[in-house]
Write a protein that binds this ligand. Structure first.
Ligand SMILES: Cc1cc2nc3c(=O)[nH]c(=O)nc-3n(C[C@H](O)[C@H](O)[C@H](O)COP(=O)(O)O)c2cc1C
Length: 397
């Protein structure tokens, strides 16, 4: 890993190490991937200026999130795929986050149980854990999940609201990676091309629990190949609405966030419902396509809510300079999904830590170049031109 110096380096290596079905699942976007591409392109269009002759020798990336210290304004986004990239990949990722002193979010669909994560990477070892929830039709199941998360010591609940219908990720269909999951000939050939993954990941599951499972689901629904009639009905999410948020606010005593906001009126409504934070996110371009890039949606939302709740951004963060851009436009922190997933695929905990450190180093240098000693000094002053004119330039491009 020594020679890998960017997230793109980790991505290329991950592509070689993980079977194609799973790499494509982690890497790709939905439909024509317009949102996936816009997430990167719109970050890259924002240009910075360096500021000369400022003493930045005492600079620090340390800041606070929800009143508690973090070593930088970054947290790990929930991704249901870390356990396919590495044996118990979520645990590896959570340990790396704890070591790096940033929060880790466990996804509902993770392949490692939340109690194990809490025990090995939770507050006892300095970790901060958030739990991401998909709200199922059978609400009682979702309530049971959050009770477990609370008991296990998770400090925050993130309700994801942008996945109300299953998206079409066309490569999944082409690769045969669709629910209910049935290993097929394509998968067998794919595995033969990835013997190290077979030994280090799949065999470890097969010799312990069998095929990887959604470990946080109730027992009868854990299997990925579950195809009993009614499975879709059970997990469908299209009845999710603001009354649910009210119920989660009543039930969840900790920090409550909504993930998947991309309009100011929804953000303002979240305040009415007692939500503590929102994640401005388009799910990394994996759900609805042709959606505005998160970095473009951010300024209007941040301006509308001001200090009344914590605004976090995700979708497209691959560089430390992206964090500076998001902070300048009103985010308090960012989440990253794929960056640390690539790292996990390359080297488990060490690989995830490497990904975090790449972003950390880049962010530190961006702060230095732009003359910022503290994260709250990062404003649109670091931009070339005002952001409004950047947006017009994009509109006319
Ligand atoms: C493989 C993969 C699985 C994901 N699974 C979930 C999930 O289970 N729940 C969720 O809220 N978001 C999920 N996401 C979305 C991430 O939380 C996050 O919004 C997104 O990855 C951010 O974009 P980025 O990958 O460009 O950083 C997933 C993303 C990826 C790449």
């Amino acid at each position: 890993m020594k020679t890998m110096t960017s997230i793109e380096d980790l991505r290329k290596t991950a592509r070689r190490r993980v079977p194609r079905q799973f790499f494509d699942y982690a890497d790709g976007g939905s439909y024509s991937e317009q949102t996936l591409n816009a997430n990167r392109a719109d970050f890259e269009r924002i240009k910075l200026r360096h500021r000369a002759l400022v003493d930045v020798s005492g600079r620090t990336m340390n800041t606070e999130l929800f009143g508690k210290p973090v070593s930088m304004p970054l947290a790990i986004a929930p991704t249901g795929a870390a356990g396919l990239c590495w044996h118990e990949g979520e645990l590896e990722l959570a340990k790396a986050a704890a070591k790096a002193k940033i929060p880790f979010t466990l996804a509902t669909g993770a392949m490692t149980g939340m109690e194990k994560i809490a025990q090995e990477a939770g507050p006892g070892v300095g970790g901060r854990l958030w739990f991401q929830l998909y709200v199922w039709n059978k609400r009682e199941m979702s309530y049971q999940l959050i009770e477990r998360a609370h008991r296990a010591g998770f400090e925050a609940l993130i309700v994801t609201v942008d996945t109300i219908v299953p998206p079409n990720r066309e490569y999944n269909t082409h690769n045969g990676f669709i629910a209910p999951y049935k290993p097929n000939v394509t998968f067998a050939l794919d595995i033969m091309r990835h013997p190290v993954w077979f030994t280090n990941v799949l065999m470890k599951y097969l010799t312990t629990i069998g095929m990887p499972r959604n470990e946080n689901y109730p027992d009868e629904y854990k299997r990925l190949d579950r195809d009993e009639p009614g499975t879709y009905e059970l997990t469908r999410q299209d009845s999710l609405n603001w009354d649910d948020i009210r119920i989660f606010r009543d039930k969840w005593p900790g920090i409550l966030m909504i993930k998947g906001i991309n309009r100011p009126d929804d953000a303002l409504k979240a305040i009415e419902y007692g939500v503590d934070g929102i994640v401005v996110s388009n799910h990394g371009g994996r759900n609805m396509d042709s959606v505005v890039a998160s970095i473009d949606a951010l300024p209007e939302i941040a301006e509308a809510v001001g200090e009344r709740l914590t605004v976090i951004l995700d979708s497209g963060v691959r560089r430390g300079s992206d964090i500076a851009k998001a902070l300048a436009l009103g985010a308090k922190a960012v989440l990253t999904g794929r960056s640390t997933l690539y790292g996990t695929a390359v080297g488990g905990e060490a690989g995830a830590f490497k990904a975090i450190n790449i972003i950390r180093t880049e962010f530190d240098k961006t702060m230095a170049y732009t003359g910022c000693n503290r994260t709250d000094e990062i404003t649109t002053d670091i931009f070339f031109g005002d952001y409004g004119s950047n947006r017009m330039a994009r509109g006319s491009a």
